[in-house]
Design a protein around this ligand. Structure first.
Ligand code: GDP
Length: 325
């Protein structure tokens, strides 16, 4: 999403850590181009370690020629697919492929209350054709209840009208575990780096002169539902869809562009694996055939030798016989 929508603040809020400086190294020139800044984290919760890479895209939407803002993002996504594809083909990495592919993209929509902007539609179309895209409405504290539900409807209408495939609704096979959460899409979120006092308890929120908006209060926004979707329900589905739908599409497209036959592309297994396997089979077959031929040859030579020996003996016998006569 565009700069200033609260993406960095939201990530801090989601992981309950001050990731700000690390995640978002502010660069005075950053408005010129879109930067891609991947940062790796190891989150430990209940003894389970989650290796997570957060990739921020500061500068998106800042340039005048906004269409080109997507290029570095798309290039980054493709590069990760390509790295995975290369590893998949290498005998060294095939067993434990380092996976840097993007499994989920949170797209931040400005809380305008109006129809989606051209840039958002274009970005959502391009990105959702490549990876799992979950749209979120930023800074939900700036919208009233009525505005929020009307805005959600408008966004869903635009998403449908522009054939944008969002996660998880567009992937019916993966829906079972997330059905309950679907009704919140697109999720409204509030981000905050602050803890505020509510009834004697410190909670994440934003404090205004007129009161407090709480991040984890479902009356205020859908933050807890989005967190539930990302961290529990859909974690597995995100990875699964990412691999079986998006990565396979990428691979098929790549192979198609190099003129590989459709029948092979339709197959779930990688084309390279099949070629490699059939090469191996052919090599084994060749060795077997060679061995058979060698044995046949040895047999034939032995037979020939035996028949020659026999003839020789007959000749010797004939000579001996005529000499004795
Ligand atoms: P980014 O450029 O998208 O990463 O945006 P930042 O996280 O840097 O936030 C930009 C500004 O918006 C900061 O002043 C934040 O304090 C503010 N902000 C972040 N989240 C929210 C929110 O949910 N509501 C409101 N009202 N302001 C927010």
């Amino acid at each position: 999403g565009e700069s200033g929508l609260g993406k960095t603040t939201f990530m801090n809020t989601l992981f309950n850590t001050p990731l700000k400086e690390e995640i978002h190294p502010k660069n005075p020139q950053s408005t010129q181009t879109v930067e891609i800044s991947p940062v790796h984290y190891e989150l430990v919760e209940d003894g389970v370690t989650l290796n997570l890479t957060v990739v921020d895209t500061p500068g998106f939407g800042d340039q005048l020629n906004r269409e080109h803002n997507l290029d570095p993002i798309v290039e980054y996504i493709d590069n990760q697919f390509e790295a995975y594809h290369a590893a998949e083909r290498s005998s060294e990495f095939r067993r434990a492929i380092p996976d840097t592919r993007i499994h989920a993209l949170l797209y931040f929509i400005a809380p305008t209350g109006h129809a989606l902007k051209e840039l958002d539609i274009k970005a959502l179309q391009v990105l959702s054709a490549k990876i799992n895209v979950i749209p979120v409405i930023a800074k939900a504290d700036t919208l009233t209840h009525e505005e929020k539900s009307a805005f959600k409807k408008t966004i869903l209408r635009d998403i449908e009208a522009n054939a944008i495939r969002i996660f998880p609704t567009a992937y019916p096979d993966d829906r079972e575990s997330v059905e309950e959460l679907e009704k919140y899409i697109p999720f409204t979120v509030i981000g905050s780096d602050q803890f505020v006092d509510v009834d004697g308890k410190k909670v994440r929120g934003r404090s205004y002169r007129w009161g407090v908006v709480e991040v984890e209060n479902e009356q205020h926004c859908d933050f807890i539902h989005l967190r539930e979707l990302l961290m529990t329900h859909a974690l597995h589905d995100l990875l699964e869809t990412s691999h079986t739908v998006h990565y396979h599409n990428y691979r098929a497209q790549k192979l198609r562009s190099s003129g590989r036959p459709e029948s092979i592309l339709a197959c779930d297994d990688s084309y390279e694996h099949r070629i490699e396997r059939s090469k191996q089979n052919m090599a084994e077959e060749m060795i077997k055939k060679e061995e058979e031929m060698r044995q046949n040859f040895v047999l034939k030579v032995r037979e020939k030798e035996a028949s020659l020996r026999e003839r020789e003996e007959q000749v010797v016998y004939c000579k001996f016989f005529s000499a004795n006569k």
